[in-house]
Design a protein around this ligand. Structure first.
Ligand code: SME
Length: 166
């Protein structure tokens, strides 16, 4: 698998295309949410090991997001809707790219080395099931290509999981 921290844009798209294909076969017919999210987090983290410092899921539980399967350092467990980057993306139901976390009001620091972040909401019929959160120790690490492919990954994942409750 390619290590793509500094690859050209084209190579990044190719890597993502390969990852999406691996994601489809890795998830297979499995509909268990823990198994699905755990393998998805692992696959994404390993694909972009140098650029992604943390990859994981927060799941909607009432008015808050609760930490789900992830790869990286231990992270904060509960985030209220509307708070932090994750809660803001969940409340707005839109992908959020934060090029510099220090400039995002209310950013929740889990890893002090994190410099930039992207959060993609997991939506089913406009209901927020959770979010995919990816952090980087590099500033400005995420662009529209990341948004496009991480949204596609989330779509595959959401289609796969039958029951969002654990
Ligand atoms: N920085 C996030 C919190 C989650 S961690 O990055 C894993 C936020 O502001 O929502």
């Amino acid at each position: 698998m390619m290590q793509t921290g500094l690859t050209a844009k084209g190579e990044k798209r190719e890597t993502y295309a390969e990852i999406l294909s691996q994601l489809r076969s890795l998830l297979g017919g499995e509909c268990d949410i823990v198994a699905t999210l755990a393998n998805a987090a692992s696959l994404l983290k390993l694909a972009f090991e140098e650029r992604f410092s943390w990859v994981g899921f927060y799941l909607a539980r009432g008015n808050e997001l609760v930490l789900g399967p992830f790869q990286g350092k231990p992270a904060c467990v509960r985030i209220a809707f509307g708070k932090g980057v994750c809660g803001t993306a969940a409340a707005s139901k839109k992908t959020l790219i934060v090029p510099d976390v220090e400039k995002f009001p209310g950013h929740i620091v889990c890893d002090p080395n994190s410099r930039s972040e992207i959060v993609v909401p997991m939506l089913r019929d406009s209901v927020v099931l959770g979010v995919l959160d990816v952090d980087s120790a590099q500033a400005n690490a995420f662009d529209e290509t990341d948004a496009e492919f991480l949204e596609a990954a989330v779509e595959i994942i959401v289609r796969q999981i039958q029951n969002p409750s654990i």
